[in-house]
Design a protein around this ligand. Structure first.
Ligand SMILES: NC(=O)c1ccc[n+]([C@@H]2O[C@H](COP(=O)([O-])OP(=O)(O)OC[C@H]3O[C@@H](n4cnc5c(N)ncnc54)[C@H](OP(=O)(O)O)[C@@H]3O)[C@@H](O)[C@H]2O)c1
Length: 327
């Protein structure tokens, strides 16, 4: 079967280590299931692996791809929950299992015709959701859901700032927060993406770093160094920043004085539980919220999709279709 495989790592030229290869169809081990992939989607996580960030070189080659929707061996439509972990080892939360791994970290991922995952990680795909939409959810959308509802605990009427509006996580956070009745502000480097954010229901979208009309209760941060100072300054006393990523760098000035004086809270967030994915699907059904898809590409064009992501040219998710499987 055809698969997009990380074969080497390069901090400045990550796509040089991504190869489309013919590999054997996988066989599930006991307790695991074979999934025929109908759709997957790109995440920054794939680029971090190719850059050598957070992924040891001795785990190469490995098939990339953290998101998958497809069919199980019985023909059921499924979404793959991408966090492989033991809830018991994380006090009931598999994302807190010290040995948890995201799909494509320790096991082959979803940029292929088939993948195998623990059967527990299969979630029924609702019929009201297309395969393309379903493939956007497991990483980006569930991360946004956990940041907003589990970590920040937002309620209707909260004021929420989402940094980097065009991103996969950020676009999800804007739509989910609007659906929850929050007053949403967004920032982006691009005027077109600002306009999109307002179309999704943001009260106002501004340029990155621009002063907001009021302080917010919660900041959803995945950009990192480029927006951190603005996130701190935009937060009301006692407010909460939830951070799940740092695309532009991990070491901004901490500004500790502001944090303790204004009693601000900073919470990390990574992945989501299977239960959160199921709850998010219920919320999406109830509210009609759907993912933002920038484009759909065949697996053969995956390099093009990642280049657009590197160039910052995307609004929302890039969905990947593997070729029809060999029999
Ligand atoms: N912890 C977790 O579980 C988890 C899960 C998913 C993602 N993440 C992390 O979260 C980050 C975002 O992931 P993603 O998949 O949403 O990526 P993405 O779709 O590529 O989005 C990144 C967004 O960040 C903004 N951005 C990038 N560089 C910037 C800069 N120099 N200045 C200002 N804004 C900048 C861009 O917004 P504009 O173009 O609108 O300005 C872009 O849309 C990544 O670092 C990823 O690793 C973490």
């Amino acid at each position: 079967m055809l698969a997009a495989t990380a074969i080497s790592q390069n901090a400045t030229d990550p796509l040089s280590g991504l190869e489309l290869r013919d590999v054997p169809k996988p066989t599930p081990r006991p307790g695991w299931s074979l999934v025929r992939v109908v759709a997957s989607s790109l995440n920054m996580h794939d680029l971090w692996t190719l850059r050598g960030v957070g992924h040891p070189a001795d785990r190469l080659p490995i098939i990339l791809g953290c998101d998958a929707a497809g069919y199980d061996e019985d023909g059921n439509e499924v979404i793959v929950h991408p966090v492989l972990g033991d809830p018991d080892a994380g006090r009931g939360d598999e994302t807190l299992d010290p040995n948890r791994a995201l799909l494509s970290e320790q096991h082959d991922g979803a940029f292929a015709e088939y993948l195998t995952v623990p059967t527990r990680n299969l979630v029924p795909k609702p019929e009201w959701l297309s395969f393309d939409e379903a493939a956007c959810l497991p990483v980006a959308w569930t991360t946004a859901y956990r940041m907003l509802f589990t970590q920040a605990g937002i309620t209707a009427g909260d004021r929420v700032l989402v940094q980097g509006a065009g991103g996969g996580v950020a676009s999800a956070a804007i739509k989910l927060a609007v659906a929850a009745g929050a007053v949403v502000y967004a920032t982006s480097r691009s005027e077109d993406k600002q306009a999109e954010a307002e179309n999704w229901g943001a009260r106002s979208a501004l340029f990155t770093g621009e002063r907001l009309p009021e302080k917010v209760d919660v900041v959803i941060e995945t950009v990192g160094e480029a927006t951190w100072s603005h996130s701190l300054k935009s937060l009301r006393p006692g407010g909460t920043i939830v951070i799940a990523g740092a695309t532009s760098g991990t070491n901004p000035p901490a500004d500790l004085g502001r944090i303790f004086y204004l009693q601000q809270r900073i919470l990390g967030s990574t992945g989501c539980t299977r239960a959160e994915l199921v709850a998010m699907l219920r919320m999406m059904e109830a509210t009609g919220v759907r993912p933002v898809i920038d484009r759909v590409l065949p697996l053969e064009d995956i390099h093009k999709g990642f280049q657009l992501m590197i160039d910052g040219g995307l609004t929302g998710k890039v969905v990947i279709h593997p070729p029809a499987p060999h029999q």
